[in-house]
Ligand binder design. Structure first.
Ligand SMILES: Cc1cc2nc3c(=O)[nH]c(=O)nc-3n(C[C@H](O)[C@H](O)[C@H](O)COP(=O)(O)OP(=O)(O)OC[C@H]3O[C@@H](n4cnc5c(N)ncnc54)[C@H](O)[C@@H]3O)c2cc1C
Length: 348
C-alpha cells in the first residue's frame, strides 16, 4: 500500500494526476474515525490529508474561519474557543474538518444549528484527475454557479479531495443545559415539536435527553416548556450532549445510521437493543448484528429511507437512491479514471 502525504493542494493535484494516469486507486484518509461508512473499496494507496492543517484566515468579527481540510476538529475548537466561538461539529478531537464534511456527519444539535454542509461557504478541492477547483465564496452574497461544496459533503472521498474550506462559525451559547426525561419516542417527538429552539431531543432506550442552549434566561424559559410536557425532567448542567455518543458505543458490531422522515423513526427503532434517535430530525443510530441487518434495512426501506453502516460491516446497503444515473455521471466527470475509492459510493 502506497502512503501519500501531501503538504500543499498542488501536491494533492500532482498525486492524483499521476494516479489517474497509472490507474492507482486511492482512498482519502483524514483522522480515520469514520472509514467504515461506504462500501468496501479495494485501493492501492492512501492519501493522508493530515499535513494540510493550516489556518488560512480567521476573522472572529466576521464569524468566518478559513482552514485547510486536514486540520483536526480539536485544534479548530481550541482556536475558536479563544474568541468564544465554535464550529458545531461535535466530532472527536482527532477527526479532521474534511473528514467530518466528506462523511456527511452532522451535529446532534442540528435541530438548532442546522446541517454542517450549510456552514461551508467556500471550498477548494482537487478532482480525481488532478484539477484544482474553487467553489462558493467567503461571503455568501458573492456566490455564483453550482453549490459544489454541498455535493462534496457526504461524498466519502469518491469525487475529489477537499483541501480547504471557509466555515461559518457561531458564538458559544451563554448557557447550556441537558435535561433527562423518562419516556420514549412519542414523548421525544412531542418535545421536539413543542419546545421552540431545543438544541436537540434524543430518544434512547434509557430515556430522553433534551439539550437547551442560548441566553441564560432563554434556557430557563425553555426548561419550563419541557417541564410542562414532562414534569419529571431533571437538569444535568455541563453534561455532554449526547451523553454517550454512538461513535463511542462499546464493541465493534455494526451501527447503522437510518435516515427516514421524522414521523417514521419509531417504526425503524421498534424492537432494537441500543439506539439513539434524534426526534424531529429523522436520524437514528441503531446497533445491530450481521444476522439482523437485513431485517432492519427492510424496515427502513419500507419507511422510505436508507440505512448505511457507519461502523462495522454492511456498507451503504441497497436503499432507494434517487438519481442513480446522476450519481454515475457526476463520478465520471469528477473522477474520469475512477481511481478515487472505486465502488465506495452509491454510483457503482
Ligand atoms: C459510528 C460513527 C458515527 C458517527 N456519527 C457522527 C455524527 O453523527 N456526527 C459527528 O459529528 N460525528 C460523528 N462521528 C464522528 C466521526 O468520526 C467524524 O465526524 C468524522 O466523520 C471523522 O473524520 P475523520 O477525519 O476521522 O474522517 P475519516 O474517517 O478519515 O474519513 C471519513 C470519510 O471521508 C473521506 N475523507 C476524509 N477526508 C477527506 C477529504 N479531505 N476530502 C475528501 N474526502 C475525505 C474518507 O475517504 C472517508 O470516506 C461518527 C463516528 C462513527 C464511528
Amino acid at each position: 500500500m502506497d502512503l501519500i502525504h501531501p503538504r500543499t493542494p498542488a501536491d494533492v493535484a500532482e498525486a492524483l494526476r499521476d494516479s489517474s494516469a497509472s490507474g492507482r486507486r486511492v482512498l482519502v484518509v483524514g483522522g480515520r474515525r469514520h472509514l467504515d461508512k461506504g462500501n468496501p473499496a479495494e485501493v492501492d494507496a492512501e492519501l493522508w490529508t493530515t499535513q494540510l492543517d493550516q489556518v488560512i484566515a480567521y476573522e472572529p468579527a466576521e464569524m468566518l474561519a478559513v482552514v485547510q481540510a486536514g486540520m483536526r476538529v480539536g485544534a479548530l475548537a481550541e482556536l475558536l474557543a479563544e474568541n468564544g466561538q465554535e464550529w458545531p461539529a461535535d466530532a472527536p478531537a482527532d477527526a479532521t474538518v474534511g473528514g467530518v464534511l466528506a462523511s456527511g456527519s452532522s451535529s446532534a444539535r442540528r435541530l438548532k444549528v442546522g446541517a454542517l454542509r450549510d456552514t461551508v461557504t467556500e471550498m477548494m478541492l482537487v478532482t480525481g484527475d488532478g484539477r484544482i477547483v474553487k467553489t462558493g465564496a467567503r461571503t455568501v452574497k458573492n456566490v455564483t454557479g453550482y453549490d459544489l461544496h454541498r455535493l462534496l459533503t457526504g461524498s466519502l472521498g469518491t469525487l475529489g479531495v477537499i483541501t480547504q474550506v471557509a466555515l461559518k462559525v457561531r458564538p458559544w451559547p451563554e448557557s447550556r443545559r441537558t435535561l433527562v426525561v423518562p419516556g420514549g419516542l412519542d414523548l421525544a417527538t412531542a418535545l421536539a415539536a413543542e419546545v421552540p429552539l431545543a438544541g436537540g431531543v434524543l430518544a434512547t432506550p434509557g430515556g430522553i435527553e433534551v439539550l437547551l442552549e442560548g441566553w441564560a434566561g432563554e434556557v430557563d424559559e425553555l426548561e419550563g416548556a419541557v417541564s410542562a410536557l414532562a414534569p419529571d425532567a431533571a437538569p444535568l448542567d455541563g453534561a455532554p450532549f449526547p451523553r454517550a455518543p454512538w461513535w463511542t458505543w462499546p464493541g465493534d458490531g455494526t451501527i447503522v445510521e437510518a435516515a427516514v422522515s421524522p414521523s417514521r423513526v419509531a417504526a425503524v427503532v421498534d424492537g432494537s437493543g441500543a439506539f439513539a434517535a434524534l426526534a424531529g430530525v429523522g436520524l437514528a443510530w441503531v446497533a445491530t448484528s450481521a444476522e439482523e441487518l437485513g431485517a432492519l434495512r427492510a424496515r427502513v426501506a419500507a419507511a422510505g429511507g436508507i440505512a448505511p453502516a457507519v461502523r462495522g460491516a454492511g456498507g451503504l446497503g441497497e436503499g432507494p437512491v434517487p438519481g442513480h444515473e446522476v450519481h454515475r455521471r457526476l463520478k465520471a466527470s469528477f473522477d474520469p479514471a475512477g481511481i478515487l475509492a472505486p465502488g465506495r459510493g452509491w454510483h457503482r
